[in-house]
Ligand binder design. Structure first.
Ligand SMILES: Cc1cc2nc3c(=O)[nH]c(=O)nc-3n(C[C@H](O)[C@H](O)[C@H](O)COP(=O)(O)OP(=O)(O)OC[C@H]3O[C@@H](n4cnc5c(N)ncnc54)[C@H](O)[C@@H]3O)c2cc1C
Length: 423
């Protein structure tokens, strides 16, 4: 029997270690020195690097990568189970070497990089000696890549890139930027002359590429391969976001339940009010539906490929945004006034839901993908009536019993009555 929802005991031990480590080491660091895990300041690194080393010692560094690239080669399903824990803690993905946007860029390098490119960029990214960003969206419209115009032109032994990109996350602090041009994906060191970071927005940068010159060897994959590389990159990133969203909504749910049991109102605990019970029951169902969808998608990727799992990944993408919005809102609401403050994670979680519906492609575009792919497995019905039109189906079914209907008046009457009743 292949359908099995259990976890191997050895892997459960690793999950238990991750849970304990995040609770006792990562969370205190986040609470007392927020941002230390991202910082390059030597004093911050002195706090975060020993945690990274513990993760390495446990063989859990860069979980998303195969063994030959320095990761444990767990595959997506095990990664999903670990991300269900990491996603609860703000900087756990950085401490485990699995944080966006680097992960997607590393996956792209691992899949399409030459040996030289991997040595130059992949290893330093895996070791977090280098950080990267991904420059795809353009100011005139992000959802429709046919509107992108940024282009690289060959000039001798260099590519010259011209264009403008919008919302490049962490672009200003990246060492290298993966720039998607209409003719290829290029790796651009951020300090290359002509890379002009605009003042706004601060975290997700607006960047002008003004006659930016890079060596020919900075083209990643084929010249006409930008869209394929982008799909590969974004597909992986989306499922990782969905895995971490499961962690977030479980956290919101835990907070909702704890609160519901902790306060009284109008003579009973809040959890005894039926409308609160409905919020809990709906959230429980939605979280488990999302979780199973994400695990199934991860399993499918492991057993086929990211490309072959596009429909499921797209489904995860918009479903996680919706479940995050609904569950975090209910949890915030049941927390009352406290929920509206920044004294618990709920307000930030709820405010993050619209972001989840936009980043990595707006929900509408993913819904279109899902509908299109699903519909490709269907055909229009042949005649005037749908296939499930009862009178036509019954007529067909009666042929099977034709001799009985002719020879037995009792059965014939029964069949006629059944036909009349469904009118
Ligand atoms: C937090 C965050 C981080 C991001 N990081 C990066 C990054 O690192 N690198 C990068 O390149 N980009 C990044 N982005 C940009 C992101 O990819 C784009 O925001 C996204 O693709 C949408 O593009 P847009 O913002 O131009 O919105 P638009 O394309 O203008 O869409 C706006 C709205 O129009 C509607 N719409 C658009 N198209 C359709 C359609 N086909 N059908 C129905 N309705 C539609 C939707 O309601 C949509 O929300 C990030 C975005 C966010 C929010």
């Amino acid at each position: 029997m292949a359908w099995d929802f259990s976890t191997e005991p050895e892997f459960q031990e690793q999950l238990d270690w991750v849970e304990e480590f995040c609770r006792t080491e990562v969370e205190p660091l986040d609470l007392v020195f927020p941002g230390a895990a991202y910082s390059r300041d030597p004093r911050a690194r002195a706090l975060a690097d020993p945690l990274r080393q513990q993760v390495r010692d446990k063989g859990l560094w860069a979980l998303f990568l195969d063994r030959d690239l320095g990761g444990p080669g767990f595959g997506q399903l095990k990664l999903a189970l670990i991300n269900e824990i990491l996603g609860r803690y703000r900087t756990a993905p950085v401490i485990f070497g699995t944080a966006a946007p680097d992960t997607g860029n590393m996956e792209m390098l691992a899949a399409y990089g030459t040996a030289e490119q991997k040595e130059k960029w992949l290893q330093p990214l895996i070791n977090q000696e280098m950080f990267s960003a991904y420059s795809m969206t353009e100011p005139q419209g992000g959802s429709d890549p046919t509107q992108f115009v940024t282009r690289a032109t060959r000039d001798g032994d260099e590519w010259v890139i011209n264009g403008e990109k919008w919302f490049t996350s962490a672009g200003a602090r990246a060492d290298i930027i993966f720039v998607m041009c209409v003719n290829g994906m290029y790796v651009v060191p951020r300090d290359t002359p002509g890379v002009e970071i605009q003042p706004y927005p601060a975290l997700h940068n607006h960047i002008r590429y003004n006659n930016v010159r890079v060596p020919l060897g900075n083209l990643l994959g084929p010249e006409d391969g930008a869209r394929v590389l982008a799909q590969r990159r974004l597909g992986g990133g989306r499922i990782h976001h969905a895995m971490r969203t499961v962690a977030q909504v479980k956290l919101a749910f835990d907070m909702m339940c704890e609160r519901a049991l902790s306060r009284t109102s109008h003579g009973k605990t809040i959890s005894d009010h039926q409308m609160v019970q409905e919020a809990i029951a709906d959230s429980y169902a939605e979280i488990n539906m999302l979780r199973l969808l994400v695990l199934w998608t991860a399993w499918t990727i492991d057993n086929s490929s990211t490309q072959a799992s596009r429909t499921q990944i797209a489904t995860c993408k918009y479903t996680c945004a919706k479940v995050l919005r609904d569950v975090s809102y209910r949890a915030l609401h049941i927390m009352g006034s406290l929920g509206t403050t920044n004294l618990t994670p709920l307000q930030q979680m709820w405010a993050g839901a619209p972001t989840m519906a936009i980043a990595d492609g707006v929900d509408e575009v993913h819904k279109v993908t899902v509908a299109r792919n699903v519909l490709s497995g269907y055909e229009p019905h042949p005649g005037l009536w749908p296939t499930e039109y009862f009178p036509a189906k019954r007529e067909e079914a009666r042929k099977k019993y034709a001799s009985l209907l002719e020879s037995d008046p009792f059965l014939a009457q029964w069949a006629d009555r059944a036909a009349d009743m469904s009118n």
